[in-house]
Design a protein around this ligand. Structure first.
Ligand SMILES: Cc1cc2nc3c(=O)[nH]c(=O)nc-3n(C[C@H](O)[C@H](O)[C@H](O)COP(=O)(O)OP(=O)(O)OC[C@H]3O[C@@H](n4cnc5c(N)ncnc54)[C@H](O)[C@@H]3O)c2cc1C
Length: 432
C-alpha cells in the first residue's frame, strides 16, 4: 500500500452519528466546547448528574488530538519530580503525583463501565536513556519517587534492556508497570457514545465564534454564537486544547500549540514485532525533542515525534514522514525495509510552565495544558471539573496553581517563536 497522509487509527474506529440538521437548543445548563477527551468526559459526568448539556464541536467527534495521538495512557507529568517539588513543594507535588496515577484508573474505570472496545491494556511504559547521564538520573528519580510518592519504578540496566526493547542504541531504561495503551480513536468514539447515552447532545460542525456574558430572565449566563446558530448556557466548559482559538482569547494567550507527528508501518510479522517490543510497552526516549513509539494492536510499528514544531498542515505532515522514518530506522535497523503506510499530525497544548491547568478563567470553566500527556489527564480533568461544576469539592491539585502567560506578555496566541523553540530544544539535547 502506498503512503497515505491519513490517521491510521481512524481506519479502525466508528464514531457515533449525530444529526446535522438538528437545531441547537435555545437554553442549556452547560455548553461544552470541544468533543475530545476533555469535553466528552466532562459532558458524560455532567449529563449523568442530570444537567442539560450541549457539546459544540467545530469539526467532528474526536477530530482534534484525541484521535490523533499515540494511545499511550501514561502515568506522571511532563516535568520531572525534582522540578515539580521545586515549583510546588513536597506536599503539593505528592498530591499531583497521586492524581497523575489516578488518571489511569479513571480511564480504566470509564472503559469498563461503558464497555468501550478500545484495546485498553495495562502494558506499562518504558522510558529509554539516550545518554549515560540520563540513565544515571533514572536511579535517582526512581529512589525519590519511591520514597516520596510510594510508587515503584524499575530501572533496567543496558545489559538487561533486550528483555524490553529490540534496539541496541540506548544506555538503559526505566519501566512503570501502571501505564496502559489504547486505541485513542476508538476510545474517544466510545466516550462520545457514553456522553450521548447519559443524555448529552453533541453538535458537530458547530464552531463557537463568540462567547458573551448575558442575562436571561434574571439569570446570568452566556450567549454563544456558533456556525450553526446561537445557544444560551448557564455555564461554559472549554476543552479545546491545542486548537484553542479566538473564541476564548484569554486562554489562547496561555497556550502554545505545538505539532507532533506519527507514522505507522505495514503490519509486521509476529516474530519481528516480538523482537522490537517483547513486552508490548509504550516507549519514549529521554530527549527534549523526543521519539515515542509502540506496536498497534494489529502489529504495526507506530512511531511519533516532534518532526516539525509547527502544527500539522500538508507540508509539515509530508516532511515528517521522511524524518520519522529515518528516526525509526535509527532506533530499529530491523525496520529498514518495512513500508510506512500512514503519516499524520496533530497539535499539542503546552502551557508556558509545561503543566496542566484547570479551573475558571473569565467566568468560564476550562481544563488544558496536557503537554503530550493528555489521554489520561484530559479524561480525568473533564470528570473532575464537571464534578466541581456540579457543586462537589473534588480533589484536584491542578486547580488554582499559578497559570503563567508569556514572559513580558509577548504572545498573542500566534506562536512566532516556534522555530526558535525547536532549535533551542535541539541544542539542549546536544548539551544535556
Ligand atoms: C500526535 C500526537 C500524539 C500524542 N500522543 C499522546 C500519547 O501517546 N499519550 C498521551 O497521553 N497524550 C498524547 N497526546 C496528547 C493528547 O492527545 C491530548 O492531550 C488530548 O487528546 C487532549 O484532549 P482534548 O479533548 O483536551 O483536546 P482535543 O482532542 O484536541 O479536542 C479539542 C477539540 O476542540 C475543538 N475546538 C477548538 N476550538 C473550537 C471552537 N471554537 N468551537 C468548537 N470546537 C472547537 C477542536 O475541533 C477539537 O476537536 C498526543 C497528541 C498528539 C497531537
Amino acid at each position: 500500500m502506498a503512503l497515505q497522509e491519513h490517521n491510521y487509527w481512524l481506519t479502525t474506529a466508528e464514531p457515533p452519528a449525530t444529526d446535522s440538521s438538528r437545531l441547537l437548543h435555545d437554553v442549556v445548563d452547560v455548553a461544552v466546547i470541544g468533543a475530545g477527551f476533555t469535553g466528552l468526559s466532562a459532558a458524560r459526568t455532567l449529563a449523568k448528574r442530570g444537567a442539560k448539556v450541549a457539546v459544540l464541536e467545530s469539526q467532528a467527534i474526536g477530530w482534534g488530538a484525541s484521535s490523533r495521538n499515540g494511545g499511550m495512557v501514561l502515568t506522571g507529568l511532563k516535568l520531572g519530580v525534582n522540578k515539580l517539588i521545586s515549583m510546588y513543594g513536597r506536599e503539593h507535588t505528592q498530591r499531583m503525583y497521586a492524581a497523575s496515577l489516578a488518571t489511569i484508573d479513571c480511564v480504566e474505570q470509564i472503559v469498563r463501565e461503558e464497555s468501550i472496545e478500545c484495546d485498553f491494556a495495562r502494558c506499562g511504559h518504558l522510558e529509554v536513556a539516550c545518554k549515560q547521564k540520563h540513565f544515571d538520573d533514572y536511579e535517582r528519580q526512581a529512589e525519590i519517587i519511591e520514597v516520596n510518592f510510594n510508587h515503584k519504578l524499575r530501572v533496567v540496566p543496558r545489559s538487561e534492556l533486550s528483555n524490553e526493547i529490540g534496539s541496541a542504541i540506548y544506555y538503559g531504561g526505566m519501566v512503570d508497570e501502571i501505564s496502559a495503551g489504547c486505541n485513542p480513536a476508538r476510545y474517544v468514539a466510545g466516550l462520545a457514545r457514553a456522553a450521548m447515552k447519559a443524555g448529552a447532545e453533541i453538535f458537530e460542525h458547530a464552531r463557537v465564534d463568540l462567547i458573551e456574558r448575558d442575562s436571561r430572565q434574571g439569570e446570568s449566563g452566556w450567549k454563544i454564537s456558533t456556525s450553526r446558530g446561537p445557544i444560551w448556557a448557564h455555564e461554559v466548559f472549554v476543552g479545546t486544547s491545542g486548537y484553542t482559538g479566538a473564541a476564548t482569547p484569554a486562554l489562547q494567550k496561555k497556550i502554545i500549540p505545538i505539532g507532533s507527528f506519527i507514522i505507522t508501518t505495514e503490519i509486521l510479522p509476529k516474530a519481528l514485532a516480538q523482537e522490537l517490543s517483547p513486552r508490548n510497552r509504550m516507549i519514549y526516549d529521554s530527549k527534549n525533542y523526543l521519539y515515542y513509539y509502540r506496536l498497534t494492536p494489529d502489529r504495526r510499528m507506530l512511531f511519533g515525534g516532534r518532526a516539525a514544531f509547527f502544527p500539522e498542515d500538508d507540508q509539515t505532515v509530508r516532511r515528517s514522514a521522511d524524518i520519522l522514518r529515518r528516526g525509526m530506522v535509527s532506533v530499529y535497523p530491523q525496520l529498514t525495509d518495512a513500508r510506512v503506510e500512514y503519516v499524520w499530525g496533530g497539535t499539542l497544548d503546552f502551557a508556558f510552565d509545561i503543566m496542566p491547568h484547570a479551573g475558571q478563567m473569565d467566568g468560564m470553566y476550562y481544563a488544558i495544558g496536557y503537554a503530550g500527556h493528555g489521554v489520561a489527564m484530559a479524561t480525568y480533568q473533564g470528570l473532575k471539573i464537571a464534578e466541581l461544576m456540579a457543586g462537589d469539592k473534588p480533589e484536584n491539585p491542578f486547580v488554582g496553581i499559578p497559570f503563567p502567560g508569556a514572559p513580558l506578555g509577548l504572545y498573542n496566541g500566534k506562536p512566532w517563536f516556534l522555530p526558535l523553540a525547536g532549535a533551542w530544544y535541539k541544542v539542549l539535547d546536544w548539551v544535556n
